[in-house]
Design a protein. Structure first.
Length: 214
């Protein structure tokens, strides 16, 4: 697959989303995943795994450096994932971010299917204003809390992210409503910086500073 071989070259770095990966064949997804793992872009590798697992005829297998299959990803609830990072949410049902009291670090959950990749790095839209009713969640309590935490993370120079896996629902932000939420990968944490782009806040991380084991 020519596209997957060149996907992370700076001169040819298309954005890989879950929707785009779903259009690929099983072999192409596996090749893309292998390239992503080799180059350290773990978010893209995670999207490939999610796409493979969503296919009923595919038994998704992650392979270690030796080529042997590893155990399937174990997912837990958002609340438990935050507590494992020392964060206790203000609203266990609605909050998608929190602050660890021990050191003041901001921890956020990121919808894995919304991670974008390009130029060897990854990005994820954390918050954007509700323009003409396009993002009503932003005006809700959880959305306002996310905005506050985005500003805090911007001041601190970064935050920690936990990847949430599930199936989105057309016309809704996954933070507000999703078709299904399978859970959070407790064994992976993304260290990212926050960028303000106009009125929007984005999580950005590179291939050398992406996901690390807990």
């Amino acid at each position: 697959m020519q596209a997957s071989k060149n996907v992370f070259k700076p001169t040819r770095a298309p954005d890989w989303t879950r929707e785009r990966i779903d259009q690929l064949s099983k072999q192409e997804i596996e090749q893309l995943r292998d390239n992503a793992e080799r180059l350290g872009v773990s978010a893209v590798a995670a999207l490939c795994d999610e796409a493979l697992k969503a296919r009923p005829w595919v038994a998704a297998k992650r392979r270690s450096a030796a080529g042997a299959p590893t155990q399937a990803r174990h997912l837990i609830s958002r609340r438990k994932a935050f507590e494992a990072r020392g964060v206790y949410l203000q609203d266990t049902r609605g909050s998608w971010s929190g602050v660890r009291k021990s050191d003041g670090a901001v921890v956020m959950t990121l919808w894995a299917g919304a991670v974008q990749s390009g130029d060897g790095g990854c990005s994820h839209l954390l918050w954007a204003p509700n323009v003409d009713g396009s993002r009503p969640w932003s005006d809700m309590a959880a959305g306002k809390e996310r905005l506050e935490h985005c500003r805090l993370a911007l001041e601190r120079g970064g935050a920690e992210g936990l990847l949430v896996y599930g199936e989105g629902l057309d016309g809704h932000l996954p933070e507000d409503k999703a078709r299904s939420v399978r859970g959070v990968d407790p064994e992976t944490v993304v260290h990212f910086r926050v960028e303000q782009r106009g009125d929007e806040y984005w999580a950005v991380w590179g291939k050398k500073a992406d996901a690390a084991p807990l």
